[in-house]
Structure formats: structure tokens, C-alpha cells
Ligand binder design. Structure first.
Ligand SMILES: NC(=O)C1=CN([C@@H]2O[C@H](COP(=O)(O)OP(=O)(O)OC[C@H]3O[C@@H](n4cnc5c(N)ncnc54)[C@H](OP(=O)(O)O)[C@@H]3O)[C@@H](O)[C@H]2O)C=CC1
Ligand SMILES: O=C(O)CCC(=O)C(=O)O
Ligand SMILES: [Mg+2]
Length: 422
């Protein structure tokens, strides 16, 4: 069986029995977690389909390995190959802090316009968690991936560029609240109607497809009125315009309160819920971070901008066992391009120790298998995960929080999963 390309026609993915899938190994812990995860994915696919399906991995370079081999951090060939083969999976890549090159992870998402970062957060039985009822947390984050402060429009303190921007803001735009104009760096945050609409559309569509109950727009619109506040308003408008009677929004609720009072608005929301409509609501980001801890059952699908989504992803991951078990996918629902990747980074202090938990990349692989329509192999891996954790065979991150656990290496956890497949 020789490898073939995945193709898309009329928005539909065509997956051959042996798709060629590009992968980026990643920096830091990347090689360890990729080795363990790819072995488990291969074994599950082989077992689920009796050898009739397989993945042909195709390595593409990014990060340190790319720089060592080609002199570039993100070679054009890598982007071209992912664009051509449609679906890819990657390990984490290092981003220097306070200078140096901009994030390669963000560059991959922006270059391929993978506008939705989908990060499901659910608890696996037996995983140690800092909260009393981790099973109450079952959310799917839709993080906008293409704009916000990740556009990288920043001007460094002390440069002629920042002086020009400050002069413009003060003299032409009436900005009189720059506290220390001579020593400020300036960042600019673009948030558009189009970017918001495509993200919120995919979140609501996901909620409808997956039988979820509500979508929460998370924003800081009280302070950032024309970016985060606009995100909320555009989100509600889109929900009502495109999803009509499939949703009930809190914007609608507020209009009913104004016209007929609170009792009527509550009754309308109860009716919508009983009819199975998706409730589209919103939450200001600070209180949201409290309520996901205190009342996680109230939240289901979360749609938010890039920076909020970044913070919320790691915070929610902690509730269900930590960043070692936090998968993700970056998707363009219009072109079909997708890159699957863990939520965590390169954890440099553990690089090369064969120590960390490979579950985040592996579960990103599970998301990828489901995206390909290979649900049987995906189920097999998740069942093996349940069984292995129930046996208390776990990596250091879980072992340090579990009584009576057997701590195994990253590769040994992969071996245990393979033993427990099927
Ligand atoms: N998408 C991507 O590629 C991302 C890249 N990054 C980049 O990664 C680099 C390091 O970032 P940093 O802020 O340290 O965050 P990391 O997510 O890399 O690591 C922070 C901590 O999380 C825990 N952790 C991470 N991965 C695992 C795992 N697989 N298993 C168990 N525990 C894990 C470890 O905790 P403990 O110390 O408690 O054991 C680790 O020290 C930066 O350059 C950053 O820019 C960051 C996020 C995403
Ligand atoms: O690109 C990076 O270095 C960080 C990215 C990140 O934190 C994320 O995608 O959640
Ligand atoms: Mg992050």
C-alpha cells in the first residue's frame, strides 16, 4: 500500500487508506512525546482496521531542527507541504521571550489561516485533579487563532518607530492617557467582525453537531469596548442572523427584559432550553475564570479571542489533570486545512529525559483520527488511556498526585497503552 494525499472537494475531506500526514517533531520534549504518541497511533490504526489502513508519516522541519539543518526556523517548504497534504500534526516549538523571532506556532496558524483553535477539556476517570468534582468540567474551547495581539503589531520602547506611534496617538488621535510616553512600548490589538464571525460560527455549528447545550462568548468588553466588546456584539448578531431559531441569545433575553420584564425573559429562556435550542450567552473574562472553577457545569462550548483563549486553555486543563493531557487542533473549516497539536509547550527542563506525559500530543492525534473519520482507532486509544490510568501506570505528572501509582517513562507509558489497545 503506497501513501496518498488527503484531498478536499466541495468542503468534504477524502481520506485514502494510507494518507500521507506531515508531522513536526518539535523542540524540547517534542521528540520524546512524538516518538511515544506516533507508535500508539500506528498500533491503534493497524489493530482497528486489521492492517487495511495505515498512516504514512512525512517529516517536515520547524524550530531548532529546521534551523540546524536549513538555517531557517520555519522553511517555506514546511508550509507548502502542509498546505498540499491538508492535515498535519506537530510537537511544541520554542518561542524566545522579550525578543528574537516571533512564535513559529502562531506563524503556522496564521500562514495557513487556521482560524479556529479547538481545545476540548474533559476528565479521564482516575486522573488526579485539584478540584473536588473534575467530572463536572466538560468544555470545548474555540479560541480565535488569527488576530488579537497575536498579530504581532508591537513597537519597542526607545525606538524611532514607537516615538512615531506615540506622537500620532497623542497629537492626531487625542490619546492623553499614555502614562509614561517616553518609556512605553506599544502593542496594537486588531479584532475584526469577519474574524469574530467565522470563529463564532464554527463554535455554534460545533455545539449543534455535537449536541452541546450552550456557547459562551468570553470577553473583556467592558474595558476593551471596540475589540472585545465588539466581539460579543458581533457574536450575538451572527448567532441570531445565521442560526435563527436554533439558538436563544442573552441579547434576546435582554430585549425581552426591556419589553416585558425579567419573568417573561426567564420563561423564554426556559422554553428555548426545553426545545433543545443552543443558549448563546457571554461572560466577562475575569468572572469567567472564577465560575469555571466554582460552577463548571454551566459552561459547555466557549468562544473567545486569541489571548483569552490561551489563558483559559491552560487554566481549564489544570482542572482535569493538567497540561500533560490537554489536546488541541487548529482548523480552517472553509479550506479543510488542520494542524493538530498539544496545548502545552516544550517544557525545556525535561527535554531528552523520556519523562513527560505524551497524552496531549497523543490525544491531539485522537482528534486527528476523528477528523479523518477513523473513529474506531480513536476510541481504541481513549479506551487504552482509561485502562492504563485505572491501572495507575502513569508518568511523573500524575504519579506525584496519585497514591500507589507506578511511575513510568514517556516511552513506557506508550508501551502500556499499546498493550491495552482493544
Ligand atoms: N504550541 C506550542 O508549541 C507552545 C509552545 N510554547 C513554548 O514552550 C516553551 C516553554 O513554555 P513554558 O511556559 O515553560 O510552558 P510548557 O507548557 O512548555 O511547560 C510548563 C510546565 O508544564 C508542565 N508540562 C508541560 N508539558 C508537559 C507534559 N507533556 N507532561 C507533563 N507536564 C508537562 C511541566 O510542569 P512541571 O514543571 O510542574 O512538571 C512544565 O514545566 C516557550 O518557548 C513557549 O513559548 C508554550 C505553549 C505552547
Ligand atoms: O507559540 C508559543 O510559544 C505559545 C503558544 C501558546 O501558548 C498556545 O498556543 O497555547
Ligand atoms: Mg498557551
Amino acid at each position: 500500500m503506497s501513501g496518498e494525499k488527503i484531498t478536499v472537494t466541495n468542503g468534504e475531506l477524502h481520506v485514502p487508506n494510507k494518507p500521507i500526514i506531515p508531522y513536526i517533531e518539535g523542540d524540547g520534549i517534542g521528540p520524546d512525546i512524538w516518538k511515544a504518541s506516533s507508535r500508539v497511533i500506528e498500533a491503534a490504526v493497524d489493530k482497528a482496521y486489521n492492517g487495511e489502513k495505515a498512516i504514512e508519516w512525512k517529516e517536515v522541519l520547524a524550530g531548532q531542527k529546521a534551523h540546524d539543518k536549513t538555517g531557517e526556523w520555519l522553511p517555506a517548504e514546511t508550509l507548502d507541504t502542509i498546505r498540499e497534504y491538508m492535515i498535519a500534526i506537530k510537537g511544541p516549538l520554542t518561542t524566545p521571550i522579550g525578543g528574537g523571532f516571533r512564535s513559529l506556532n502562531v506563524a503556522l496558524r496564521q500562514d495557513l489561516d487556521l482560524y479556529a483553535c479547538l481545545r476540548p477539556v474533559r476528565w479521564y476517570e482516575g486522573v488526579p485533579s485539584p478540584v473536588k468534582r473534575p467530572e463536572d468540567t466538560d468544555m470545548v474551547i474555540f479560541r480565535e487563532n488569527s488576530e488579537d495581539i497575536y498579530a504581532g503589531i508591537e513597537f519597542q520602547e526607545g525606538t524611532p518607530e514607537v516615538k512615531k506611534v506615540v506622537d500620532f496617538l497623542q497629537n492626531e488621535m487625542g490619546a492623553d492617557k499614555i502614562r509614561f510616553p517616553e518609556t512605553s512600548g506599544i502593542g496594537i490589538k486588531p479584532v475584526s467582525r469577519e474574524g469574530t464571525e467565522r470563529l463564532v460560527r464554527s463554535a455554534i455549528q460545533y455545539a449543534l453537531d455535537e449536541g452541546r447545550k450552550n456557547v459562551t462568548l468570553v470577553h473583556k468588553g467592558n474595558i476593551m469596548k471596540f475589540t472585545e466588546g465588539a466581539f460579543k456584539n458581533w457574536g450575538y448578531e451572527l448567532a441570531e442572523r445565521e442560526f435563527g431559531d436554533k439558538v436563544f441569545t442573552w441579547a434576546e433575553y435582554d430585549r425581552i427584559v426591556d419589553d416585558q420584564g425579567k419573568e417573561a425573559a426567564n420563561a423564554a429562556q426556559d422554553k428555548a432550553e426545553s426545545e433543545g435550542k443552543i443558549i448563546v450567552k457571554d461572560s466577562i473574562a475575569d468572572i469567567f475564570l472564577q465560575q469555571i472553577l466554582t460552577r463548571p457545569k454551566e459552561f459547555d462550548v466557549v468562544a473567545t479571542m486569541n489571548l483569552n483563549g490561551d489563558y483559559v486553555s491552560d487554566a481549564l486543563a489544570a482542572q482535569v489533570g493538567g497540561i500533560g493531557i490537554a489536546p488541541g487542533a487548529n482548523i480552517n473549516y472553509d479550506t479543510g486545512h488542520a494542524i493538530f497539536e498539544a496545548t502545552h509547550g516544550t517544557a525545556p527542563k525535561y527535554a531528552g529525559q523520556d519523562k513527560v506525559n505524551p497524552s496531549s500530543v497523543l490525544l491531539s492525534g485522537v482528534l486527528m483520527l476523528r477528523h479523518l473519520g477513523w473513529g474506531e482507532a480513536a476510541d481504541m486509544i481513549e479506551n487504552a488511556m482509561d485502562k492504563t490510568i485505572a491501572e495507575k501506570t502513569v508518568t511523573y505528572d500524575f504519579a506525584r498526585l496519585m497514591d500507589g501509582a507506578t511511575e513510568v517513562k514517556c516511552s513506557e507509558f506508550g508501551d502500556a497503552l499499546i498493550r491495552n489497545l482493544g
